[in-house]
Every structure is written in structure tokens, then in C-alpha cells.
Design a binder for this molecule. Structure first.
Ligand code: FPP
Length: 250
């Protein structure tokens, strides 16, 4: 397929064999996008939600099987009550409106994060969408909602400790393969590529354990302006990288 390019980047062709299998995205910049238009922050979040569909649909063309998106962090509760409740309503509306299309397009949806603090109606919608799409395998979309990497590791450690306490797990056998089995992402491969939009070069507590060897792309585009062409360019660029996982080049 032909890809959009810009002055700084050569035109690259998507090589789906070398491309990332799992892309994770920190969707940042909705607030600034709205402010630049003199509109409230929630207007930016609604525009951002519309982008999700386009990027999910773009995954198969780039050979991306797993897409994980950061929708709401454990730190986002510190925002104003208006913004938090607006976002929660948006998530409910999104799930209700998009469920059929996602299901019809072969998308398997999962949620990661701590559900305890989310309202019961939202949790019910999340559970239903997971069940409804459980047989799909074209694209695996994981939505991180009330998710924090440290919180996830703490919750995983608690469950691991409980298994030790009840004799299900021998502490002598614990190694770096053990903890991931207790993480929310236990059924997912680690992300190969993490993209953050809006010019900030931080990972903000996203997939801390899982991203140990991920490649990162920090791009200036605000999330509501992020397009499938830019996604294709970044995934194609990933295919040109030399990933050594700590070994030397051969
Ligand atoms: C960060 O932008 C974005 C969020 C905290 C929310 C992300 C939510 C969406 C993209 C919409 C909904 C997603 C789904 C799955 C329906 P920001 O508000 O921090 O932007 P700023 O840095 O410009 O203020």
C-alpha cells in the first residue's frame, strides 16, 4: 500500500512480516486540541474517541494483531469532576455505540485496569463487550481503563502472594516468567511499539513491565489529528529498526 510521507521521513513500504505485532498507544492531546478551537476539553475527548475506530481498522493493513490504547489512567481521577464524569459517560456511550461494529469487524475487545472504582453500569457494558467479542481474532483491541502500571504490578503481586500463602505457588520457583501470569495483560504478547501523541516524551505509568524492550515513538500530532496514514508510517518505520533485546548485532 502507499503511505503518506513528510519531508523528514523517506517513503517506506509496510513490511507486515517485520512490522510490530502489538502496538500500544498513549492517546494524548485531546484537551489541547479542544482548547485550540476554543471548546471545552470534553469536545476533544469526543473527537479522540472517533479516531479509535480508524486506527483499529488500519491494524490489519500494517500487520498489527494487537492494539492497546490508554483511555483512562489511575491518575486521571485527579481531573475536575466535570471532566471525569464526562469521560465515564463517553466510555459508556462508546461501548454501546461501537459494540456491533467492533464485533462485526472481527475485533476482540478486552479491558485492563482496576474495575473496582468504575461504576457498575460501565463494568457491565465492559463485561458484555468482552463476552460478545470473545470469539473474534482479526484484531485484539485492549482498552486500558482505570489502568496504571504500578497499580497493576501491585495487584498482581498481591494475588501472587495469596497463592504463596495458600500453598498454590512455591516461592522458590518465582522468576521473571511468573509475575506476567498475574498481570492484567497475561494473555497478551508484550508491546513491540509504543506510540505517544502530542509531543510529550513520557510513558506515564503505561505498561511498565510489558514495555521493557518496546520501541518508542513520541510524535507531535495531537491524538484527534492522528490518522491511519501516520499509523502506517510509524509501523513501517518500526520494521526498519534493529531490535537486539540486549544481544549484539550479528
Ligand atoms: C489525554 O489527553 C487523553 C485522555 C486522558 C483520555 C483518552 C480518551 C480518549 C481518546 C477518548 C475515548 C477513548 C475511548 C476508548 C472511547 P489530555 O486530555 O491529557 O490532553 P492534553 O494533554 O492536551 O490536556
Amino acid at each position: 500500500m502507499s503511505l503518506a510521507t513528510d519531508a523528514a521521513e523517506p517513503l517506506e513500504t509496510a513490511d507486515t512480516t517485520n512490522g510490530p505485532r502489538h502496538v500500544a498507544i498513549i492517546m494524548d492531546g485531546n484537551g489541547r486540541w479542544a482548547q485550540m478551537r476554543g471548546r471545552p476539553r470534553l469536545f476533544g475527548h469526543h473527537a479522540g474517541a472517533k479516531r479509535v475506530r480508524e486506527i483499529v481498522e488500519a491494524c490489519p493493513d500494517s500487520g498489527v494483531k494487537y492494539l492497546t490504547i490508554f483511555a483512562f489512567s489511575t491518575e486521571n481521577w485527579k481531573r475536575t469532576q466535570v471532566e471525569v464524569s464526562g469521560l465515564m459517560k463517553l466510555f459508556q456511550r462508546y461501548i454501546t455505540k461501537e459494540a456491533k461494529a467492533l464485533s462485526d469487524e472481527g475485533v476482540r475487545v478486552r479491558f485492563i485496569g482496576d474495575r473496582v472504582r468504575l461504576n457498575s453500569k460501565l463494568v457491565e457494558l465492559m463485561d458484555n463487550l468482552e463476552t460478545m467479542t470473545a470469539h473474534n481474532d482479526r484484531v485484539h483491541l485492549t482498552i486500558a481503563l482505570n489502568y496504571g502500571g504500578r497499580d497493576e504490578v501491585a495487584r498482581a503481586t498481591k494475588r501472587l502472594a495469596q497463592d504463596v500463602a495458600t500453598g498454590k505457588l512455591d516461592p522458590e520457583t518465582v522468576d521473571e516468567e511468573t509475575l506476567p501470569r498475574y498481570l492484567d495483560t497475561c494473555v497478551l504478547p508484550d508491546p513491540d511499539l509504543v506510540i505517544r501523541t502530542s509531543g510529550e516524551a513520557r510513558i506515564s505509568n503505561f505498561l511498565l513491565w510489558q514495555s521493557a524492550y518496546a520501541e518508542y515513538e513520541f510524535i507531535d500530532t495531537l491524538w484527534p489529528d492522528f490518522t491511519r496514514e501516520e499509523f502506517a508510517r510509524l509501523t513501517a518505520k518500526y520494521g526498519t529498526r534493529d531490535r537486539r533485546f540486549g544481544a549484539v548485532a550479528t
